[in-house]
Design a protein around this ligand. Structure first.
Ligand code: FAD
Length: 513
């Protein structure tokens, strides 16, 4: 008997919930807030996908994951197949399933979402990614060496995505990272309770399996320049993915007091340099009993919630617009509220107050009201005269946005734009031949998946420039990979469609290996 066609009325009406740690308990520990799905949860949720022919979710994903196909494979219990489908375009499913703003991307346009809650695509992606880590799956194809050497500067999502594609195209790839550990913001910025370091490390291990070499503690621009990489160190092409981690301050009085720091400094000390395990690790972090964090983006939410977990008694968020305009993901604000963060919406700082000892005793603020929309389309905040008030604080954290990391720009002849970001053309080529750039260092602060998309786009341009065939065609050749046979992965019409569509190289190589 033919299976009954699924409709919006026949699918499970409620989204399958993900279990979470209790807010009171989790506010004082660094363990992950949201637990992943169990297999029964994943099967139930996957069954909510209508497999609509229009597939808006695929267009809503910045790297166009074939979402209906991976979900269909879950319903068929072909879990490795689901993993293959996701990783055909997204290198880091366990990461993106956790931190992508799905509500504005794939889930935001899901057809089911027109009538019910959208399919929990992010949770399903995370579940597949976690299963791959737990089972030790990877998609290492047979790679024929091309003889080309590629240097990647920065090991964040942009650098990792570019490195993976160039390695799959047969290049000898070395990633240079300034910090002592690879991963970029995934490692130094996003805290363990949202993205455990072990997940990032497991994904990086897959890059090592591809033959990619990581050289940490290497500050490019100080140890050697971009020009030296091409002219003296034997790299045929270079990708720059150095991010935008340079903090912004407001320029108000009191910013040089002890106890004022940027969110990135706080998070790096805590996440990457283990300050929270002091004295086992000797990274100091000024203890904030009462903390005020300025800003309401993802970084601010992370800083607020980290302070709570470090033991601060009272943690306040100060933001000049209303909750509606806050740039952080809705889920992060919700979690912060649940955990007891105090929010001062429509509030702007005017001075950090001195305790008389060069330390902080508070933050003087003014109330704001919203006027007409500004260039960003959001209503402009206007100070309310005579509304000043003080928030008690011994630590003030700035999370009001970041700028381009400047060292590469200062030490090379790369063309920069007026804001200090690297200037590229459509193909992400910079002003130096053979040097490409992408991610936050080109666009300004964006998202993990956008950085990865840029890394992949730059890799495609680099391959064309070197005269190499398209990565995907190499990747798709894995249909004969013994590992696939080992795992009993069946080919389906989807794989064949991909296999039949190899792309070729387009331009003359700039250099021969
Ligand atoms: P980065 O991740 O910044 O990586 C750049 C790397 O280059 C760093 O490791 C840096 O040390 C290294 N580097 C810099 N200069 C040099 C040099 N001269 N030599 C060698 N190495 C160098 N996005 C989301 O999608 N979801 C989220 O939930 C989210 N939360 C965030 C939370 C925080 C606290 C922050 C700061 C950002 C968050 N983002 C989030 C944004 C996202 O993480 C970034 O857009 C993304 O990481 C950018 O990737 P990238 O590879 O361009 O740069």
């Amino acid at each position: 008997m033919a299976a009954k066609k699924k409709t919006i009325r026949t699918i499970p009406q409620e989204r399958t919930p993900a279990r979470e740690q209790d807010p009171v308990v989790r506010a004082r520990n660094f363990a992950e807030v949201t637990h992943g799905y169990r297999v029964e949860d994943a099967l139930l949720e996957a069954d909510r996908c209508l497999m609509c022919p229009d597939q808006p979710c695929v267009r809503g994903c910045p790297v166009n994951i074939d979402i209906p196909v991976f979900i269909r494979k879950i319903t068929e219990k072909n879990f490795h197949g689901a993993y293959d489908t996701i990783t055909a375009t997204n290198l880091l499913p366990a990461v993106c399933g956790r931190v992508c703003p799905q509500e504005n991307q794939c889930e935001g346009v899901c057809t089911v979402g027109d009538s019910l809650e959208p399919v929990a695509i992010g949770r399903l992606e995370r579940w597949v990614g976690d299963m791959a880590i737990a089972e030790g799956w990877s998609n290492v194809p047979y790679i024929e060496p091309s003889g080309y050497r590629v240097g990647i500067v920065g090991s964040g999502p942009a650098g990792m995505a570019c490195a993976a594609d160039m390695a799959k195209a047969g290049c000898d790839v070395t990633v240079f990272e300034a910090f002592h550990e690879a991963g970029g913001v995934l490692k130094y910025g996003i805290p363990e309770f949202r993205l455990p370091n072990s997940v990032v490390d497991a994904e990086i291990a897959k890059l090592v399996q591809l033959g990619i070499k990581f050289e940490c503690n290497t500050l490019v621009g100080r140890l050697f320049s971009i020009e030296q990489m091409i002219e003296e160190m034997g790299f045929h092409a270079v990708f720059i993915g150095t991010g935008a981690g340079y903090p912004s301050f407001m320029g108000i009085p009191g910013e040089s007091l002890n106890g004022v720091l940027s969110a990135n400094e706080l998070l790096t000390r805590c996440n990457l340099m283990h300050a929270r395990e002091f004295p086992s690790y000797d990274t100091p972090l000024p203890p904030g009993r009462r903390v005020a964090v300025i800003g309401a983006g993802n970084t601010a939410m992370d800083a607020l919630r980290v302070c709570l977990r470090l033991g601060s008694e009272r943690v306040s968020c100060v933001y000049r617009r209303s909750r509606k305009e806050a740039p952080a993901r809705a889920e992060e604000i919700h979690h912060a509220e649940q955990e007891g963060i105090e929010f001062h919406w429509l509030t702007s700082p005017v001075e950090v107050l001195d305790d008389g000892n060069r330390g902080v005793r508070g933050l003087r603020c003014v109330r704001m009201e919203l006027g007409e929309p500004d260039a960003s389309g959001r209503r402009r905040p206007i100070p309310v005269e005579g509304s000043e008030f003080d928030i008690e604080a011994d630590m003030v954290v700035y999370a009001i946005g970041t700028n381009a990391n400047p060292i590469i720009g200062q030490t090379s002849r790369l063309k920069l734009n007026s804001r200090g970001y690297i200037d590229t053309d459509e193909s992400l080529a910079t002003s130096i031949a053979g040097v490409y750039a992408g991610g936050d260092i080109v666009t300004g602060a964006a998202t993990v998946i956008q950085a990865m998309g840029a890394g992949r786009r730059a890799a495609a341009s680099m391959r064309a420039w070197l005269g190499l065939r398209d990565t995907d065609s190499v990747y798709r050749d894995v249909r004969d990979d013994p590992a696939r046979k080992l795992f009993g992965i069946e080919l389906d019409e989807h794989d064949f469609a991909l296999v039949r569509a190899p792309a070729g190289a387009s331009t003359t190589p700039a250099a021969t290996p």
